[in-house]
Design a protein around this ligand. Structure first.
Ligand code: SF4
Ligand code: SF4
Ligand code: SF4
Length: 314
């Protein structure tokens, strides 16, 4: 009998759902074994009955629950809790669900400051009051990863996660396993570039300048991007973005890793480790522009990004 699956998106952009569809031929093999009972991106299903006549949120029961996006408002929290109650195994899909993702950059400011910036001090919009209406869900205090709100059983990171790992994780569940995780390797571990463990020193260059490479040559003839003096987050980022193929996607495109797969292991301190990695090749980590935001770009949940205490006036 097919395994029932419920899918939800919270503070998400739908890229994770596109990745599910991009699973391609592997998805065709899996589909006969899956019964999607709830997936708002594809199937219209109202939380409170098709005519809005119910007073209690209704998400059907399922064996596997997949949730993309972090928790940014009270509605996301409600849906996350409802999903947790209705499914046996809950998967956090993508780096927004796993770590807060890009939207958690807003955790560097208090909510009032974000609203003020967006609704009153944004060059592209007319100043207006905050949107307040009973039907507009209230923001939570910060943008949280899913596991800060409910228990998560499996995490498939990435922005977006690679379709290979979606198929792999679902295949493992269909085979009767209850756990799945990517191996704890760094992006550097899968990167074929030349490394000499030293750079030319000096301030970190911004990625507005092209890195040095010969388009006629393979990556094994290109010098490590960090060692060329740019910030590449490969040393502190979990490998897997290229799926089973292996070679990191941004480096394939001759651009630095920005850290979208998140930390290599739970409890890691990527910013501290990255500053150490830069120092070890002779670069000054203090010259990274906006380094708190840049080194925590996808992982601002779990308290990695929070408003700084106000500095005393001079
Ligand atoms: S992880 Fe990336 S692709 Fe997925 S919802 Fe977040 S921003 Fe979109
Ligand atoms: S720092 Fe970047 S370019 Fe250098 S080995 Fe690691 S992933 Fe590759
Ligand atoms: S190289 Fe880094 S930023 Fe680029 S896709 Fe891979 S993990 Fe994400």
């Amino acid at each position: 009998m097919p395994v029932k699956v419920a899918e939800e998106w919270l503070n998400a952009c739908s890229g994770c759902e596109i990745s599910i569809l991009n699973t391609g031929e592997a998805l065709l093999d899996l589909l006969p074994h899956l019964d999607f009972v709830h997936i708002p991106v594809l199937i219209d299903h109202k939380y409170f009955g098709q005519t809005g006549d119910k007073t209690v949120m209704e998400i059907p029961e399922a064996v596997v629950g997949i949730v993309s996006g972090g928790v940014r408002n009270e509605e996301h929290k409600h849906v996350a809790e409802e999903m947790r109650q209705k499914v046996k195994i809950l998967i956090a899909l993508g780096s927004c669900a796993a770590y807060g993702g890009i939207p958690a950059q807003a955790n560097m400011w208090k909510n009032d400051e974000v609203f003020d910036k967006v609704f009153r001090h944004c060059a592209s919009t007319e100043p207006s009051p905050n949107p307040e209406h009973p039907n507009v869900p209230k923001w939570t205090n910060s943008c949280q990863a899913l596991d800060e709100v409910v228990k998560v059983d499996i995490t498939i990171p990435g922005c977006p996660p690679h379709p290979d790992w979606i198929a792999d994780a679902i295949g493992a569940l269909l085979a009767g396993k209850t756990a799945w995780a990517l191996p704890e390797r760094s992006v550097c571990d899968t990167c074929p570039v030349i490394r000499e463990k030293k750079s030319g020193g000096g301030p970190i260059k911004r990625a507005f300048t092209n890195i040095d490479f010969d388009p006629e040559q393979g990556l094994d003839k290109m010098r490590c991007i960090n060692e060329q003096g740019f910030l590449c987050l490969g040393p502190v980022t979990l490998a897997g973005c290229a799926g089973k193929e292996g070679v990191p996607r941004c480096v394939q495109a001759r651009t630095p890793c920005r850290g979208c797969f998140g930390p290599i292991r739970k409890g890691a301190r990527p910013m501290v480790d990255m500053m150490g990695a830069l120092t070890s090749v002779g670069l000054d980590p203090k010259t990274v522009v906006d380094r708190r935001a840049i080194m925590n770009r996808y992982i601002g949940g779990h308290g990695f990004l929070a408003p700084l205490p106000a500095r005393p006036a001079r």
